[in-house]
Design a protein around this ligand. Sequence first.
Ligand code: NAD
Length: 436
Amino acid sequence: MKIAVVGTGYVGLVTGTCFAETGNDVTCVDIDSNKITKLKSGEITIYEPGLEKIFLRNLKENRLHFTTDLAEGIKDAAIIFLALPTPPGEDGSADLKYILGVAGELGKLLTDYKVIIDKSTVPVGTAERVRAAVAATYKGEFDVVSNPEFLREGVAVDDFMKPDRVVIGTNSERARKVMGDLYAPFVRQGNPVIFMDERSAELTKYAANSFLAVKISFMNEIARLCEKLGADVDMVRKGIGSDERIGKRFLFPGIGYGGSCFPKDVQALVRSSSEVNYEFEILNAVMKVNEEQKLHLIPGIKKYFNNNLTGKKFALWGLAFKPNTDDIREAPALYMIDALIKEGAIITAFDPEGMKNVKASIGDTITYAENQYEALEDADALIIATEWNEFRTPDFSKIAAKLKNKAIFDGRNLFDLAALRDLGFHYESVGRAIVN
Ligand code: NAD
């Protein structure tokens, strides 16, 4: 099939590459000419494990093309994916200007039947608005389908190639057939393609992300309670996770969720709810808990340094909002940096993939180390904000030798309390006893 993907970011590039990998002819369109020049010349623009290899293979096989020209991109395509940003507007609702803008342009360009697919996360009713924007100038036949994307950054290729499920919202038999054929290679092991009406499909994506955010904020509140009651959140997590109704995943406490999806999607669902006079009370609490949680380690750090962080130097391990990505959008580390700098602290950070984006965003507000141990030079303490695998079993003797104080503040509960006690560290984590 000939496919166009409009928007070549985290979702668009993965979507385009994976559809090319199953033999389709894919053209990815983006207004960012820099990005398109790089991609055309074989330079990958995001860090995503496993993506580069299949990107290069499909580029070489001439199944993957890139352009800044929408007309050229959609020319022979039977299917057009919209993988465009839907950032929060001023009131928290999803800003649809990119989606509706491109839909309006498509209306001027279409000459025959095409299936236009909302892959972006969009509020209920967007498919109808996209349809109206196209139909304002194009009077021929076309379908608009809601096909929300559930991939997770860091494992996006696997998630796309072997999805738990594919959700397709459409009432059109013709579009249903096209979508079923397109996704058939991805669900050969029997994972379901769930067809539904477009409004339910649109809501499914928000419900999924919001539910996961509920789990995170719930566990973070349990962690706070553990600290006050002298319980250990790791034990509680194991205790409840073995109940199949609860499940083991997504029960890890920490310094809050970040990224480009959970914060904006929870906010957008709250906003959509209030537009129909419904106060989504659980999600209001989830957002509040998460805001506070990002700074959960700060009081402990201040207390350790007698409430005076002026001139104190911190090594910060981890900047990306989670491991295995270079995405720093809404990363808890950035909130911590902001809070610590305001207190007069000085920060040297290391992140395996996120430093380039942080440099572009906050420049020399902090310094950047070549590796995790270099960040420790001359530091008063170590703070951990992202659970990269390489931080999990560090050389503690090196850490102890480099730090001025043997103090670690860990927002991701990477280390064993007894081990850190034996090594003589002051160690604070989330929802567990303080090791002194
Ligand atoms: P992104 O910012 O990484 O990529 C969006 C791309 O669209 C950018 O490259 C931008 O230059 C391009 N663009 C903007 N206007 C354009 C236009 N008029 N024409 C062509 N290209 C244009 O965003 P993303 O993370 O890929 O997210 C896209 C959508 O998918 C969002 O709605 C998001 O909520 C949703 N989503 C994201 C993820 C994720 O993990 N990132 C997962 C599932 C769903």
